[in-house]
Structure formats: C-alpha cells, structure tokens
Design a binder for this molecule. Structure first.
Ligand SMILES: *Cc1c(COP(=O)(O)O)cnc(C)c1O
Length: 353
C-alpha cells in the first residue's frame, strides 16, 4: 500500500483553537490530496499545507456538476483519536462516484491516508465532549473542456474542520416542516448519492421553512408527495407505539451511516426497527390517536436530533411533550458514548488512528 508524500509546514506556534468553534467555519492548516488522470489512475497522494485551489475556468465540475462529498468525524479520548466507521463513508463515496461517472477510490488505502492526515492535525481536535474534528472528503471533475461528458481528470481532497458541540446549550428538539411543494430526489436520480447538486437544489425549501420558524424540511417522495423520505442532512425515524420505522432505501434517500448504526442498535434493544414506506397521512392519523411517540433524525453532524414539532399543511403536531423523547436520548447517549470511546463497541465500529 502506498504512503502519501508528506510536505509539512513547520508549525512555529502551537495550534490555538478558535472560540467559539461553530460548525464548518474554521479549517486546520493541512489537507490531503490525490489527483486522477484517465489512463493513469490516482497519483500524487499528498498531505500538504492547505492552500487555495487553482483551476481552469472550464473545469467540468463547475459547469456540469461532477462534484461529490462525504462527511464524518474524528473524536478525541485522552491520547486516542477515534474515527467512526470511516470505511462506510468511502464505500458510499465510491457509490456516488459510480453514479456520476467519476473514478473509484481504494477504500482501505484512503482510510489509511485519512488516518495519516488526522494524526498530523491531531492538535486541532477539540477535547470537550460534543466537540470533534469534522472530516470533509470531496471529489471534483477538473478537465478543462466544455462538452457534456465525464471529465478525464479529477481532484480528491480531504479538509478538516474543528467543530463545536452541535447542541451547545443542551440536547434540544427541532421543529420540522413537511415540504409539500418542492422535492429533493426522484427514483433513478441522484438521491442516494452525496452529490453537491442535491444540496443546491434543497436550499430554497430550507430557506422558506426557516422564514416560517422551522429548523429544516422533511421531504416527501417526488412522485406522489405521499411518503416520508428524509430531512436535509439526516435520515428520519418515527417511533410508533408498536415499532420504530424509517423509510426503506428506494434510491431516493441517502443511506446514512448513522441510520444504519441506529437500526442495528434498535435491533439489539428489541425495539422492532422496521424499514418500510411511511405515508405522511399515517403519521398524521396515528398522531391523533396518540400512537406517534417520538420522531428523530439521524446523521453525522447532530448524531440524533429529536423532533419536537412536525407541521404538515395545516396540521401542527407536537411530538410527545415537545421535548426530547426517551428513546432519542438513549440512542444519542449510546452512539456518542461509542464514538467517544466511553462505551463498549461490540461491532468494532470505532477505528483508532
Ligand atoms: C449525509 C446525509 C445524511 C446522513 O448520513 P450520515 O452518514 O449518517 O452522516 C442523511 N441525509 C442526507 C441527505 C445526507 O446528505
């Protein structure tokens, strides 16, 4: 297995973490980069000082959208640095790449190179519970050519951002608006890819929801606007009185690593996790009967996000007592406990750097 070439900027002063950290606002001073050319494959695996990219104005991703990304976190426990299921992120990145005619990465090698980068940047990992180093891998098509076809050259980079606790003032519930006008993804489209295009297309709905006082939107399926899909950057779970349901993966939903992990834990806890189609009308109806006990989102940024209110057309549904449900809290404690190395890791999800 190849090792990346490492060109380090000599740090003359110790790393001083910004305060407050926020989310995605500050970056460490090194990045990982690999280049790809058709016929040559990946080359120039490098860890080097973070610097602006210099690109030809005809670079294909800017015109035709060959841009994909990933998101995961590194956590600090004493002298240990922990990653949560990083192989899953690079496997998903390869699935996104295949959908957008972009080249695949060697998953095992990329995980090793990520570890080397995180090791070099370890002083940037904040140490308080809830804080972490957010990892952003991304790939773009860079060939200078106008013409709608796959690029012949690519850049893959990983940048790092120290982030603060998602719930700076305690684990708080969010308000979600069920979106019944705009759609996120159609079957056969890009919904299951972490493609940049998905997020550009989602901003208008999110902005309008914010203006109405909601944190995010819950998307419905694009054809019938009938079935629940997911939230902006989180998968959704609904705890009914007799099961914990999440929409089945049908090609339009992003297959979250957190989602998969939650399903496994719920199965162990004998909570009857079910992947199926969830009609929004069923949620409304069962809510009136008191059968909707909890609603929560699952994704890397917040890990678990309790939904206190769900609004669909003229229906404003308070979920439970509007606070954080018992299962949401338990899942949050379990997953973050494993991620920070404080709880046993029965599935070997945590990878030491
Ligand atoms: C990234 C993302 C998720 C969550 O995936 P995780 O791997 O759990 O972080 C869910 N939905 C969308 C649309 C996403 O972009």
């Amino acid at each position: 297995m190849g090792k990346p070439t490492i060109t380090l900027k000599q740090r003359t002063t110790p790393v001083e973490l910004p305060d407050p950290l926020g989310f995605g606002a500050h970056f460490t001073d090194h990045l990982y980069e690999a280049r790809y050319e058709e016929g040559k494959g990946w080359f120039n695996h490098t860890i080097k000082p973070l610097e602006p990219l210099s690109l030809h104005p005809a670079s294909s991703f800017m015109h035709y959208g060959q841009a994909i990304f990933e998101g995961l976190k590194a956590y600090r426990k004493g002298d240990d640095i922990l990653l949560f299921r990083p192989d899953q992120n690079f496997e998903r990145m390869n699935n996104s790449a295949a959908r957008l005619c972009m080249p695949a990465l060697d998953v095992a090698e990329t995980v090793e190179h990520l570890k080397a980068l995180v090791e070099i940047e370890k002083d940037w990992i904040p140490t308080n519970k809830g804080e972490a180093l957010y990892i952003r891998p991304y790939m773009i098509g860079t060939e200078a050519a106008l013409g709608v076809r796959p690029s012949k050259s690519y850049i893959f980079q990983i940048i790092l951002s120290p982030v603060g606790a998602y719930y700076a003032s305690g684990f708080a519930p969010v308000k979600i608006l069920v979106e019944d006008e705009y759609v996120r993804a159609v079957r056969g489209g890009l919904g299951e890819s972490k493609a940049a295009a998905n997020y550009g297309g989602s901003m208008l709905a999110a902005l309008k929801a914010k203006e109405k006082g909601f944190t995010q939107v819950l998307w419905l399926d694009a054809v019938e606007r009938k079935y629940v899909e997911e939230v902006g950057t989180m998968n959704i779970f609904i705890r009914f009185n007799d099961e914990v349901a999440t929409p089945a993966l049908s090609g339009t939903i992003l297959p979250g690593v957190t989602r998969r992990s939650v399903l496994k834990v719920l199965d162990d806890w004998k909570m009857n996790p079910v992947e199926r189609k969830i009609p929004i009308d069923e949620v409304v109806e069962r809510h009136t009967k008191g059968e909707v006990l909890e609603v929560f989102g699952a994704g890397t940024a917040a890990v678990i996000s309790a939904v206190g209110e769900l609004a669909y057309k003229d229906n404003r549904m308070t979920i439970g007592d509007g606070g954080v449900g018992e299962l949401s809290q338990k899942l949050f404690d379990e997953l973050t406990g494993v991620q920070y190395g404080e709880k046993p890791d029965p599935y070997g999800w945590v990878v030491k750097v």
